[in-house]
Design a protein around this ligand. Structure first.
Ligand code: ZN
Length: 309
């Protein structure tokens, strides 16, 4: 069942889901124990996060949020942090370094870009309000692994980035056999490799497949399980092989993007993310290459989405 709002997953664990899981429509989680809660990620703006905080009151009235974990630094997982600022906020050191006011203002500025890139941003981020957000970074950081105590219950944080972003972490609740994966798992949508290399994301998939968990809450999409991880891993291997082959053949990046036939993957939502994914493979294969500029990539994605001058 993929309805907007609070989902009781049993064992004192919840998910707050936002269909359809496309650009900016992220999920959040709530783990309760001993009369307190740990929240996994906030949402993309203050209104959405306020609505979620209201919607989870049946849980948090008796188990207030004492800890917030940000799985990574992307705005759709952290821009609501200021509304949970009384909690301890935890993220990897690499993610924390990117949770700045400049990031907030950079995204707000993208909505004002002229031309096809701006048109695309206004289409996908139109429903979100970035003005008035105050960046609220973590109060505690870690690298590698750490464990948190939620009212006597163990919650494990495992850094798997750089993969989707430089500082990705996953959140395991061992006694519930449950995992909150953040954006190292997309279900129904196309994963986007901002940081990479893609090999590290594939390794993160292997780790998720090995963990003793039965259910997985992705950063975007409905609640799933290991077969969803295996499926997304296949897409990442496809990207690695197809982009890698074209790099070896000497194709330039635009020719590579244009010549890849997505085949079975064309049915995933946001399939135009292939543009960034190919660029990322090229960036890592050739250290002398001018690093990808997000604005250029946005132009390529916008073009694949049919936005032209
Ligand atoms: Zn996200």
């Amino acid at each position: 069942m993929y309805d907007k709002g609070l989902h009781d997953l049993g064992d004192g664990c919840h998910a707050w889901l936002q269909p359809d899981g496309g650009w900016g429509w992220s999920n959040s989680g709530l783990i309760t124990g001993g009369g307190e809660s740990l929240m996994v990620d906030t949402l993309f703006d203050l209104a959405l996060t306020r609505a979620m905080l209201e919607g989870i009151r049946p849980v948090t009235d008796t188990s207030p949020v004492r800890t917030l974990v940000n799985t990574h630094s992307d705005g759709d997982h952290v821009f609501g942090n200021e509304l949970v600022r009384d909690a301890e906020i935890v993220a990897t050191e690499a993610a924390a370094a990117l949770m700045t006011q400049e990031e907030v203002e950079g995204l707000a500025a993208l909505k004002k870009l002229p031309g096809p890139r701006g048109d695309f941003v206004r289409k996908v981020f139109g429903p979100f309000e970035f003005e008035g957000i105050t960046a609220t970074p973590p109060t505690r950081t870690f690298s590698g692994e750490t464990s948190l105590d939620v009212g006597g219950r163990e919650v494990r944080l495992i850094q798997v980035g750089p993969a989707h972003t430089p500082g990705d972490a996953i959140v395991q609740v061992p006694d519930a056999r449950l995992l909150y994966a953040g954006d190292v798992l997309f279900i129904g949508g196309t994963p986007i490799v901002w940081a990479g290399p893609v090999e590290r994301w594939i390794a993160a998939c292997d780790l998720m497949l090995e963990l003793p968990v039965d259910r997985i809450v992705p950063g975007h999409g409905p609640v799933g399980a290991k077969p969803d991880v295996a499926r997304m891993r296949e897409y990442l291997v496809f990207v690695q092989q197809e982009a890698g082959k074209r790099f070896e053949d000497g194709l330039d990046v635009d020719a590579a993007i244009a010549s890849i036939d997505l085949g079975e993957w064309s049915g995933l939502n946001e399939s135009s993310r292939i543009a960034q994914n190919v660029v990322n493979v090229y960036d890592h294969r050739d250290p002398d290459r001018e690093p990808a500029n997000r604005l250029d990539v946005l132009g390529r994605i916008a073009a694949l989405e049919g936005f032209t001058v």
